[in-house]
Design a protein. Sequence first.
Lengths: 852, 120
Amino acid sequence: MQNYRVVVIGNGMVGHKFIETLSEQTDQVEIITFSEEPRLAYDRVQLSGYFAGQSAEDLALTNEDSYRNLGVNFYLNDKVVAIDRSAKQVKTQSGNVVGYDKLIIATGSTPFVPPIPGREQPHIHVYRTLDDLDAIQASARQSKSGVVVGGGLLGLEAANALKQLSLDTHVVEFAPQLMPVQLDKNGGKLLRQKIEKLGVSVHTEKNTQRIINGTDARYRLEFADGSWLETDTIVFSAGIRPQDELARDAHLDIGPRGGIVINELCQTSDLNVYAIGECALWQQKIYGLVAPGYKMAKVAADHCLRSLSLIDPKKTSQTFTGADMSTKLKLLGVDVASIGDAHGADDNLVSYSFRDEFAEIYKKIVLSPDRKRLVGAVLVGNTDDYGNWLQLYLNKMTLPEAPEQLLFPFEEGNDSASAASSLENLPDSAQICSCNDVSKGSIITCIYKGTRDVSALKSECNAGTGCGGCTQLVGQLLDNELSKMGISVDKSICPHFPYNRSELFDIIKVKKLRTFDSVLAQCGSRLGCDICKPAVASILASLWNEPVLNPQHVSLQDTNDAFLANMQKDGTYSVVPRVPGGEITPDKLIVIGQVAKDFNLYTKITGGQRIDLFGAQLNELPMIWQRLVDAGFETGHAYGKALRTVKSCVGSTWCRFGVQDSTTMAIDLEKRYRGIRSPHKIKMAVSGCARECAEAQSKDFGVIATEKGWNLYVGGNGGMRPRHADLFASDLDDQTLIQYIDRIMIFYIRTAERLQRTSVWLENLTGGLDYLREVVIDNKLGINSDMEAQMANLIDSYQCEWQSTLKDPQKLKRFSHFINSKETDSQVIFVTEREQIRPARIEEKQRATEEA
Amino acid sequence: MTKTNIHHWVDICSLDDITPNTGVCAKVADQQVAIFYLHPENELRSLDNYDPIADANVLARGIIAEVEGKRVVASPLYKQHFCLQSGVCLQDQHIQVPTYQTRIKNNTVQVLSPNQEAQV
């Protein structure tokens, strides 16, 4: 029963958050939302991802079906044009008139375009909506160069977009430095230096006077100092203005410089009308970040329900009391963070800074006059300290003696132990994850309820699922709490080895152990089990690559490895020949068909572009493989914790949209990494363009072609725990792509837990994706040449396991159901369904026995 | 009906035919017998090859393990542990698979044949 109606004007990120929050808590409210855009809410923060291969669907925060399921009525392309407060109605462009009990204004902001003569011409854009991006993209096709006017946070995002569109990119800023609001002079200087290295030209202290026709390019920007710059495309990003006309026309209170005035419950001067997000003005302040907008959405939803008596009045009410504007982000690949008062302009404040010109890192802390509190900070080039510093700042914690030591976290006496103790001093109300507003208290509650690892904490309480900046803190918090609870986190793989997998790996590598017995003798106890035997077998194979059916290894192999085939429910096996990249000749297809026919096997196409042959008995496996090997097939390792397939599309060879030869790359990758044993199976895919037909983002390693090369994604997963892979690096040439995959794969093999897929591994890796980049791209640990050597060894020592097994009569002896008879298992019974065999069901088996 | 040896030892194979710490399946009087060669004990153990949980003749193909001091085989299908001494399933004590007697004689593996065959 819906007794009330709430109308939400605007379906941006904040409007959507409001709808989500309200609909979660009640079904007694009818929600209607209007958007002037042609689509429902999407992630504006990640806009530049649109040119890095993300589609509008990827950026979408919801879709029409979910809104329908929530019972939300929505009108797209229909802007609200008037509010009649006395009648409690809104009127839209198309003439819709809708009444409301509560009205939410979430109209956001519009980009500010300075009144420069010549600004209203084609190929001159703003950067806010997906439609803007489509327009920029269309211009880019007819342009060689692009200029962003505005060197703030959004301006640099826009510059990134232009760069991704392969334009010669320039940034023009009025102030003497980039990001003048968030960074101090030195931080801005280093940011500029790093961005210029990436090929973006920066022009500061430029006041654009007018835009006229250019001589070498479409336009010329003329600056007040007499200089000029020519360009084909212009994007304005000179700040935002709250979109408050509706409220103005409805005579709601508006601030002197715009913005709808709200109180701490997010109500406007009409108590039935709320304003949230960038259109709202709280204590003379507009909040241009998404986190404060989300907070307002929650406050407004809470108060709406409260005033409609739809919420337990005993529940603590929420209020908006301002928000911290500290921020950490990656701009054009450069890590930047700013906390509190970054400038420290007040003479009484004390600042310390550290500049490493070699590593290109700049850090600065601003302290209170008594040096007891952190009041601001700047980080450029490395933002590892952000999480800890933000907590010190937000919770007004007392700093240690010699607070300047904060700048050198790796020095003695200032290590992670002190980070832990500072975490200990945080109140439970301290916000650990600012994206999702998760407090220290709620994370601890989760831990006490039984959540014991970081990735589980992420899914349980959402901490660390936004920007990921707090993952390290969440990990430290988990360790602290567990040790307080007296739980020593036993990471031993089983009772026979007091080590986790990566420790075991190091021992085996350093001591050069080559058999399970020697590993057990060196660092284990008793006799081993079905956990440690396959785990050690996998490590031995990853290091020394001896055939898994060799006598000293065969007893360690898990079910499928033990017979180089996949055991099915009735004890028979399925066989999967390798089909690199999914490319196969008609002759080879015929061989597979003929073999399947001759051995009466059930055939099915797999998700990895191969063919699976089911129903083979143990004694048939060598005969089947002899035929396949003779025809030039190799084993597909469908039975192994190893690379399975590299799926691909036909790419630029056939497809009219393809930009690179994805099939050749897929075949090269599959042949390179075939047979390498790893902690769990590895899947890869290569797509020939951003349309992503090979579904590379759901793979452990995904490769997507760009105009300039390849984008590499890592840590994707399908199956029961789907995860989109993270973009690791962009526009790589063939050689760099392969080099990065080599290193990441070996690093995964060395450091992952047993049976841990790359997705969970990456989520649990301390420092996450950024750390992985430091290891693989910057060689932070100095192990890259060692990892490459290991990979080279593995590639050199590859052999097709079936080919070598067929040559070894001793190994073939095991491929018989009985050791003392040529008979087969009489209890394996097949029936026919859709012209192929399948295992008989219990009742069918019983019937067959009775008839016999 | 012959009344010689109701129980008699049947030769199966040479001990060299079984890789240490693996199992093989032998056909003994129409029964499928899983024979395991334990190392370092140098002893044999035998269970029925039929895995009652998976409903398949597969136990000989499982990994030999040591769990809480007991020698067990892990089912290759659903990984339950069956005690090689008693045949009891460690995860469900109500389930027990038959055991057989085995010995090594002059490097030959022998299984004590179950009675029903001998009565024929």
